[in-house]
Design a protein around this ligand. Structure first.
Ligand SMILES: [Zn+2]
Length: 291
């Protein structure tokens, strides 16, 4: 299975409500990188150029370790706009402007940018638009980064951020536990879904964000995968499996995981309502206004 992080260098850098982002961004990156190193897990980090700029000089500095060894930088667009709202020209600009910092970095390291992940996993809301987007990406040497496991980590992170803001340590730990429990459930759910749809379990691709809840639990989260028998691979190795030979054809304006898309392509009926939702208390706590 492959681990991927979206919204590098830091998921809330540049957001109006984000405070003390420089320290938080540095600490979150350091913790996540240490856990990846400790578990010998390769990973791909998908960069939003707007968030790089929001951190000033620190932005590129934080990306440097992601451009070495088993780690790899990918493009997650310039401004994280929803491709459903973009013309083809606007989409092309989001891709090329998204390369501003990372393309020179990877070239200097003798590498190239190989993967693009669509914001919200919105890969094109009609067959024509999806094909046009794919052509733009192919011409620039990209493959689409798949996503097969999602734990709604951003919802847990919003709750975690609130607990940090109000200094409620008991609550923060309860949120972490709930997040790890839910991750366990989702990892098993998507493994079953993919097996049911494809008759085999291709290497999984875990979608995470570069945020503080992941920084806090990353070693424990990776341990869950190892305890479940998974072996860590790079995204490139994972997507070498024939299941990823082409992107799913099913067209939607939403951003479901690949298992649901494969199900539609294969004509396999699956009941998405069986997927457990994140706990309601997490969602509501994460929406509590900051005092
Ligand atoms: Zn994103």
């Amino acid at each position: 299975m492959a681990i991927t992080f979206d919204d590098l260098p830091y998921s809330i850098a540049g957001d109006p409500e984000a405070q003390n982002t420089l320290d938080a961004a540095r600490d979150a990156n350091a913790s996540i990188l240490a856990a990846l190193d400790h578990r010998r897990a390769p990973a791909t980090g998908f960069v939003v150029e707007r968030r790089v700029r929001a951190l000033g000089q620190m932005g590129e500095i934080l990306l440097a370790p992601w451009n070495q060894g088993h780690l790899e930088l990918g493009n997650h667009s310039f401004g994280h706009r929803d491709s459903n709202d973009l013309s083809l020209d606007e989409f092309r600009r989001e891709v090329t402007d998204g390369e501003a910092t990372i393309d020179p970095m990877v070239r200097k390291a003798g590498r190239s940018l190989r993967f693009f992940r669509f914001p919200y996993n919105h890969v094109g809301d009609t067959a024509d638009r999806r094909e046009a987007f794919e052509t733009v990406l192919r011409e620039r040497g990209y493959r689409i980064a798949a996503s097969t496991i999602d734990t709604s980590d951003y919802l847990f992170d919003a709750a975690h951020e609130h607990a940090l803001t109000v200094g409620d340590e008991d609550m923060r730990q309860r949120i972490e536990t709930a997040y790890l429990d839910y991750s366990r459930t989702e990892i098993a759910y998507y493994a079953d879904l993919n097996r049911q749809v494809l008759g085999c379990e291709p290497p999984a691709v875990m979608l995470l964000h570069l945020n503080r809840i992941n920084a806090s639990v990353m070693d424990r989260l990776l341990e869950i995968f190892q305890a479940s028998g998974y072996r860590f691979a790079s995204l490139d190795e994972a997507q070498a499996h024939p299941a990823y030979a082409s992107s799913p054809r099913f067209v939607t304006k939403f951003g479901p995981m690949w298992g649901y898309r494969w199900a539609r392509d294969q004509g396999v009926k699956v009941d998405g309502s069986k997927e457990q939702e994140p706990p309601a208390w997490i969602v509501s706590y994460g929406k509590t206004p900051t005092p």
